[in-house]
Every structure is written in structure tokens, then in C-alpha cells.
Design a protein around this ligand. Structure first.
Ligand code: BV8
Length: 234
């Protein structure tokens, strides 16, 4: 099946990649599934929500402070670098990601749509003026209107950035090949995107997830390993 997928990519005029938290675990960032125990045994989805921002800012801020600080010495892994090289070689036209860690960009990928925003840029919750990461980490308030600061992530209950969504949707609808890597496809509306594909749909994931149906090919394993094996054929 590996050779078949590689032949699809070689014949493809447009290949799009959709990634999730599983793409970053080999860089040392836990995914959302291992929600038990990686932080106060709180389901991250309850903290990454509009409610926690408004009702419990201290918890919200502590959660994101931890995740921002955890990124400090995190590097992209071989899988991220292979995708960046494929972009340079013209094998990949867009990476649409649910990840907020910017590891694709750090690996050199230029065309990345951040469907759930990112954790490294900060704005005021009220006037939306940008602030530095340090300001947020030092628990400072907005220098313009003294309201709370927040990372530019999409919280549960918030709509996705229109530009990123339209780029991803348009690219996936017109792609010859769509690689879906390291995601349980549990989160809406991104989990609807694979169904919009008319080309070959490939799932690269450690676990065979219940939501992952309708794929033309399934390559079970870690992103780093599978992408390395695929790269050998390209
Ligand atoms: C919205 C940013 C419209 C923040 C994130 C009830 C039913 C259905 C839907 C809903 C519902 N109630 C609410 C909703 C909607 C909700 C939703 O989908 N909830 C789910 C949980 C049920 N969606 C929303 O709220 C979205 N907005 O709908 O807006 C709206 C608005 C207002 C009013 C009405 C409607 C916004 C969703 C975005 C939330 N923000 N992130 C932050 O990061 O802090 S989502 C966050 O969780 C991540 O970005 C990611 O998207 C998601 C986690 O999913 P995955 O990435 O797939 O990760 P997961 O851990 O689940 O899976 C990892 C996989 O990788 C596993 O399969 C594992 O086996 C595999 N793996 C692990 N290691 C490897 C690997 N594979 C390969 N190699 C490895 N090494």
C-alpha cells in the first residue's frame, strides 16, 4: 500500500495534508487523547473553552502558560521536515493543521493554514490588540484597556478563522491526494473536511479511530516512520 500511495503522490498535481496532535507527539507534545493525567487530570477541552476564559481566567491562563512554556525546547521531528521538503519539491501544496504549536512552520513549511490558530501569538480579549508572549506569561493585562490577554487559539465554542478554513476547504476539494495525519477526527468542523475530498484520501495514524472512515488507504503507524518510508519512494 505504501508504494501505491507514493505513486498517487507522484501522479498528483495537488496534494494537501491535514494534521492533528498526533503529528506533534514525536516532538514531545502530548496529544489530546492522553488527556488523563497530563495536566491536573483535567480534560484539556474543558479548559480550552470560552467558558473557562470568562469564568475561570486563572485556570485558563495557567493552562496556556504551561503549554507555551512547554514549547520552549521543542523541535520539529523528521516527519515535519519531510513534509517541508515535499513542499519544496512540489509534492505538497498546503498543510492544514489543527495544531497550535507552529512546528510545521519551524520545520520550513511555508504554506500552512492554522485551522485552530496558534499558541505563540497573544491578543487582548477585549480590544484584540496584539501583545508579546512575555506579557501574557507575566500575567500582565492589556496595556491599552487593562483587560485580560489570551493566545490566538480557537477555543471550543468559537468559530474557526475564515481565511484558514476557506484555504483548507478549497484546497481539499480540488486535491488529487489528501493525507490525513495524526488526528482522531473527533473535533468539528475540521472532522468534516476529509469528506469534502474528491481525490484519493489517505489516513496515517497510530490508532485506527472510529471517526476515520471512507479512506482509500490506511497506513497505521507513527507519522515519523510512515512519512520516512513514503519518502523513500518519492
Ligand atoms: C465550533 C485549540 C461553531 C485550542 C482546539 C457535540 C457534538 C459534536 C460537536 C460539538 C459538540 N459540542 C460542541 C461541539 C463543537 C466542538 C467539538 O467538535 N467538540 C468535540 C470535542 C465534540 N467544536 C468547536 O467548538 C469548534 N467550533 O464548532 O464553532 C460554533 C461556534 C459557536 C457556537 C456554535 C457553533 C472549535 C473547535 C476547536 C477547538 N480548539 N485547539 C488548544 O489547542 O488549546 S481543538 C484541539 O483538540 C486540537 O487543536 C485538535 O483539533 C483537537 C484534538 O484532536 P486531534 O488533533 O485529532 O488529537 P487527538 O488527541 O484527539 O488524536 C490524536 C490522534 O493521533 C490519535 O488518533 C492518536 O492515535 C494519533 N497519534 C498519536 N501519536 C501519533 C499519532 N498518529 C501518528 N503518529 C504519532 N506519533
Amino acid at each position: 500500500m505504501m508504494e501505491t500511495v507514493a505513486s498517487w503522490m507522484k501522479e498528483s498535481t495537488s496534494t494537501v495534508v491535514l494534521t492533528g496532535a498526533g503529528m506533534s507527539t514525536e516532538s514531545g507534545i502530548p496529544d489530546f487523547r492522553s488527556k488523563s493525567g497530563w495536566w491536573k487530570s483535567i480534560d484539556p477541552r474543558t479548559v480550552a473553552s470560552v467558558e473557562s476564559l470568562t469564568d475561570d481566567y486563572a485556570l485558563f491562563r495557567e493552562f496556556y502558560q504551561l503549554r507555551i512554556e512547554a514549547l520552549h525546547d521543542i523541535e520539529p521531528h523528521v516527519g515535519h521536515r519531510i513534509l517541508a521538503r515535499w513542499e519544496q519539491k512540489g509534492y505538497v501544496q498546503l498543510i492544514a493543521t489543527q495544531n497550535v504549536d507552529q512546528l510545521h512552520q519551524l520545520a520550513g513549511s511555508k504554506n500552512v493554514a492554522e485551522l485552530h490558530g496558534n499558541i505563540v501569538t497573544i491578543r487582548c480579549t477585549s480590544c484584540n490588540k496584539p501583545h508579546s508572549k512575555e506579557h501574557f506569561l507575566n500575567n500582565a493585562v492589556c496595556t491599552y484597556c487593562t483587560n485580560h490577554l489570551r493566545p490566538n487559539v480557537v477555543l471550543f465554542g468559537e468559530t474557526l478563522p475564515q481565511d484558514a478554513w476557506n484555504r483548507a476547504l478549497n484546497a481539499i476539494q480540488h486535491a488529487d491526494v489528501v493525507l490525513v495525519i495524526g488526528t482522531s477526527l473527533e473535533v468539528y468542523p475540521v472532522n468534516q473536511l476529509p469528506m469534502m475530498a474528491r481525490g484519493k484520501l489517505v489516513y496515517i495514524n497510530l490508532e485506527l479511530e472510529t471517526h476515520a472512515t471512507g479512506f482509500d488507504a490506511v497506513l497505521q503507524g507513527s507519522a515519523g516512520e510512515i512519512l520516512t518510508q513514503l519518502d523513500a519512494y518519492l
